[in-house]
Design a protein around this ligand. Structure first.
Ligand SMILES: CC(C)(COP(=O)(O)OP(=O)(O)OC[C@H]1O[C@@H](n2cnc3c(N)ncnc32)[C@H](O)[C@@H]1OP(=O)(O)O)[C@@H](O)C(=O)NCCC(=O)NCCSC(=O)/C=C/c1ccc(O)c(O)c1
Ligand SMILES: O=C(O)CCC(=O)C(=O)O
Ligand SMILES: [Fe+2]
Length: 362
């Protein structure tokens, strides 16, 4: 754990950063709003984890942009399966989620984070009436040597009734519309990806393994005084099956090119959704589809938001390579694991690149 030291904010005020941000519920947004001139030491990441955002390489040769308006065209399905193998990431346009739904959920995200610290803290781990609604900051502050410059609200969807009664009223309708509005495209993408593995029928078990649960995070990355010294989100891969991410027009998401190992920027495209393969799909496809490392920079100019929908197996599902992957004698790269064990393993450590999947290595 990083040392809990006090730093001087102004000549007269001295505050304990972790206590203020994490325990008192001000988040990194509250810290940013104090008007800091320099980054508190708790947020300084080692040089090898910092961003070199100026490299031209990062802005060329980005992930594929796929038009879903001809989604019954085999060429579109092929482009999606190829992107899932090579990049683990792609962007989609003409995906069928109405533009006003995307705009509304972005506005709702700004509204939630605009609430007072006391209001937001009602949804913190300590105060939330349910484990399925959690407001927090960084990723796992208790395990991190350096904190991440990000606050979040994480909503695990259990039922319409639970969402209606427990999700914060200031954003729940817009989040729900976004989640429901993306269901058709999520199903379509998973069908195409399964087809690419020669899985022709998605039975009840497969449907649960592929999309039995959903978690939506509202991410808030405030303006940062020294963005070059810290990270918005550290290197990680998602533990989902698929992630559908809405980002605003600011940029800052970087994806690892697994051939060159260089970081590639994912440029904001108006009206698009970023889609990425998560660890659960890498495991089920026995490594054919890649869950690729990604990270987010902090920035010194504007407050950025993003809204990922993590489409996951059910917590009680046991996942492993699909039988179809092993029919021709291919060796299983992964063992069978209880999905909730896998997610708990992910949540109980700091972000550590591609290390999580070792938990399921055969
Ligand atoms: C995963 C479980 C089983 C956890 O159940 P729960 O009863 O809450 O277990 P728990 O033992 O209390 O929680 C384990 C720890 O996880 C951490 N944790 C729990 N929820 C969250 C959360 N939403 N965000 C961060 N950490 C969390 C905490 O550290 C918990 O410990 P504690 O601080 O409560 O002591 C439950 O939520 C579930 O059924 N989930 C369904 C599947 C699911 O949620 N999958 C996850 C997909 S998320 C995904 O793919 C990526 C997420 C991500 C990536 C980068 C980020 O920077 C980021 O913030 C988040
Ligand atoms: O903010 C982003 O663009 C990506 C966030 C992310 O990777 C995550 O929440 O898992
Ligand atoms: Fe992610």
């Amino acid at each position: 754990m990083a040392p809990s030291i006090s730093i001087s904010i102004t000549n007269s005020n001295s505050i304990n950063i972790r206590d203020f941000v994490v325990n008192k519920g001000h988040g990194v947004k509250g810290l940013a709003e104090l008007g800091l001139k320099t980054l508190p030491c708790q947020y300084i990441h080692p040089p090898q984890e910092r961003f070199d955002t100026g490299t031209p390489e990062a802005h060329h040769n980005s992930i594929p942009l796929i038009d879903m308006s001809r989604c019954n065209d085999p060429e579109v399905a092929e482009a999606i399966c190829k992107a899932a193998q090579k990049w683990g990431f792609f962007q989609i346009v003409n995906h069928g989620v109405p533009m006003h739904v995307l705009e509304d959920v972005k506005d709702a995200t700004h509204r939630f984070f605009g609430l007072s610290a006391d209001e937001k803290k009602k949804y913190s781990k300590e105060q939330s009436v349910t484990n399925n609604v959690r407001y927090g900051t960084s990723f796992t502050p208790a395990c991190e040597k350096a904190l991440e410059w990000k606050d979040y609200l994480s909503l695990l969807f259990v039922s319409d009734d639970e969402a209606a009664s427990q999700w914060p009223p200031i954003c729940r309708n817009q989040v729900m519309e976004y989640m429901k509005g993306s269901e058709i495209i999520v199903k379509k993408l998973l069908e195409m990806l399964m087809n690419g593995l020669n899985v022709k029928e998605i039975d009840e078990t497969k449907e649960s393994n592929l999309m039995g649960s959903k978690r939506i995070n509202l991410n808030y990355y405030p303006i940062c005084p020294n963005p070059d010294l810290t990270v918005g989100v550290g290197r990680h891969s998602d533990v989902s099956t698929l992630t559908i991410l809405l980002q605003d027009d600011i940029g800052g998401l970087y994806v690892r090119n697994t051939e060159t190992m260089k970081w590639i920027h994912v440029p904001p495209v108006s009206g698009s959704l970023v889609v990425n393969v998560g660890d659960a799909l890498q495991i089920m496809s026995n490594g054919k589809y890649k869950s690729v490392e990604h990270r987010v920079s902090a920035n010194g100019i504007r407050n950025r938001i993003s809204v990922p929908i993590f489409v996951n197996p059910k917590a009680s599902d046991i996942i492993g390579p699909l039988p179809e992957m092993l029919q021709s004698g291919e060796k299983p790269l992964y063992k069978h694991v209880l999905y909730s064990d896998y997610v708990k393993h992910f949540f109980r450590k700091a972000h550590d690149g591609k290390a999580t999947i070792e938990f399921a290595r055969a």
